[in-house]
Design a protein around this ligand. Structure first.
Ligand SMILES: *Cc1c(COP(=O)(O)O)cnc(C)c1O
Ligand SMILES: [Zn+2]
Length: 482
């Protein structure tokens, strides 16, 4: 079928430093600028050549690829030309990431917000159950290409993580195998048991550091600056590229019409929101979309440096890292986001192209986050606490009059609820340590109910046991006989 072959187009990519503007070739791995220490973005210097193809023709290409049967085009590389058009097909790693569904919110949930139009994009339906897989697919594909072209055969992939980055990195490293080994560095006791089990199961070396994510990040930065390791944190600009696919998919889902729509994104290390803004801007520059959707970043009052920055009057803004306190949105519990300069860069461009209000950040409480998750999931969604944070962000934006109910809000459910299920348990069991500042409402609690005592079971014949257990169920449920 036309457009379903692997694309022949190749771009020319380079690292561009957001601090000093220096550029570096992609022949080696770079994380921070050797000149000024700034963060990089990857730029395709041949991007303007894509403008010779009309927006309509690009839409046709990407839509045709929805039927592609080649693994390399089934996932995030459906949008190859916009993402990393330097990779060869054989190097592309596909583990089933991307193309996650957008699920319209249940009417009863919308009704709670006066009929607000809203939907969740379930990025927890990625292979390691979070959006991080999008970035890893791109970063590991590049790594494979680098290994093939340089002959490097012994690569240690390392990352610091609030849990999901390490799960994703370990998964992709395990798949790629060969000379690629992975080590993940986690804040001790600050990732969920499910997230800890993931890299362990993938066979990664798991190292714990007392402290919070920001402490782990410093250790990993030291390693990347002084030792031969491949860093897989979002400092790695290849990850940002892969995560742009989220924006491309949102646009395609709505048939490339983003008028009257906005997206809500939780901000932790700020890589995801960077990628989403960058992705929408690429589509806009190429005329693939005619309108930019508005972007709302969401932060907890326990980890809100980006919100604080934008809350200051324009012209007097100063970025200051914050000391975080425990948050149920644990994957976003970061006081000094690595990608903050990238956010500032794209926010400026986004506001210039989309007008006032095109990019905003809202702050929400821990109570609102956890109840946002519970409310969403009681209406058939599968939101993690960060997805709950997006929902809370939408509620807050409504309260502040930043959005009206006819604007369609797409909420990023960044991971699967099961990864963060311990927070649901803590809510139901009223077991939150006081630092969270969460007071569970007893009417929300839901627990299993034992219908018959095990000792009673031992005393009954099998037939009598079934009858008595069934009778107990009938009474609990108030069932009527047929
Ligand atoms: C990593 C992560 C975030 C935060 O994303 P950033 O790119 O660090 O801002 C939010 N939710 C989940 C589930 C994550 O894994
Ligand atoms: Zn620089």
């Amino acid at each position: 079928m036309r457009h379903c072959e692997f694309p022949a187009h190749r771009g020319r990519m380079e690292y561009v430093c957001l601090g000093c503007g220096a550029t570096y070739g992609i022949g080696e791995l770079h994380y921070t600028c050797p000149t000024c220490g700034g963060v990089f973005l990857l730029r395709d210097t041949a991007f303007d050549a894509l403008k010779q193809t009309s927006g309509a023709a690009w839409r046709e290409v990407f839509d045709a690829r929805m039927g592609a049967k080649r693994s390399a085009l089934r996932g995030v590389f459906r949008f190859y030309e916009l993402m990393a058009p330097v990779l060869e097909e054989g190097d592309i790693v596909y583990l089933g990431e991307g193309q996650t569904p957008i699920v319209e919110s249940a009417p009863a949930l919308s009704a709670r917000l006066g009929g607000q139009r809203m939907a969740f994009k379930n990025d927890g339906q990625n292979p390691s159950a979070s959006f991080k897989d999008r970035g890893m697919a791109c970063a590991f594909s590049f790594l494979r290409q680098l290994i093939r072209t340089t002959g490097a055969d012994d690569i240690l992939a390392v990352c610091a993580s609030t849990g999901d980055t390490s799960a994703a990195a370990a998964l992709y490293a395990a798949y790629v195998g060969g000379g690629v080994k992975s080590a993940v560095i986690l804040p001790q006791g600050k990732v969920t048991p499910q997230q800890l089990a993931q890299p362990l199961g993938s066979g990664a070396v798991v190292l714990e550091v007392p402290g919070v994510f920001d402490d782990c990040m410093k250790v990993v930065e030291h390693l990347a600056d002084n030792y031969q390791v491949a860093l897989l944190n979002s400092k790695n600009a290849w990850r940002i590229l892969g995560q742009e696919s989220y924006a491309f998919e949102v646009a395609q889902w709505y048939d490339w019409d983003l008028a009257g729509k906005c997206v809500f994104v939780p901000i932790g290390n700020a890589g995801n929101i960077t990628a989403i803004m960058g992705g929408f801007l690429k589509l806009y520059d190429l005329g693939v979309i005619a309108t930019l959707p508005r972007v709302f970043g969401v932060q907890s009052h326990h980890a809100d440096p980006v919100w604080r920055y934008y809350d200051q009057p324009e012209g007097a803004r100063e970025f200051r890292p914050v000391a975080v306190t425990p948050s149920v949105a644990q994957a976003a519990m970061i006081g000094n986001p690595v990608s903050f300069p990238r956010v500032r860069h794209f926010a400026e461009r986004y506001l210039a192209a989309g007008g006032p209000g095109a990019f905003q950040v809202v702050q929400v409480t821990e109570q609102a986050i956890v109840e946002g998750m519970l409310d969403a999931n009681r209406h058939g969604h599968i939101a993690c606490t960060q997805g709950g944070e997006c929902f809370a962000g939408l509620v807050r934006a409504r309260e502040l009059g930043l959005i009206d109910r006819d604007e369609l809000a797409i909420l990023d459910a960044t991971a699967h609820m099961l990864k963060f299920i311990g927070f649901q348990d803590m809510y139901y069991e009223n077991a939150f340590p006081p630092e969270y500042g969460i007071t569970p409402r007893p009417e929300y609690a839901n627990r299993p109910q034992l219908v018959i005592d095990p000792a009673r079971k031992a005393a009954l014949s099998a037939a009598d046991y079934t009858a008595e257990a069934a009778q107990a169920v009938v009474e609990r449920l108030g069932l009527k006989a047929r």
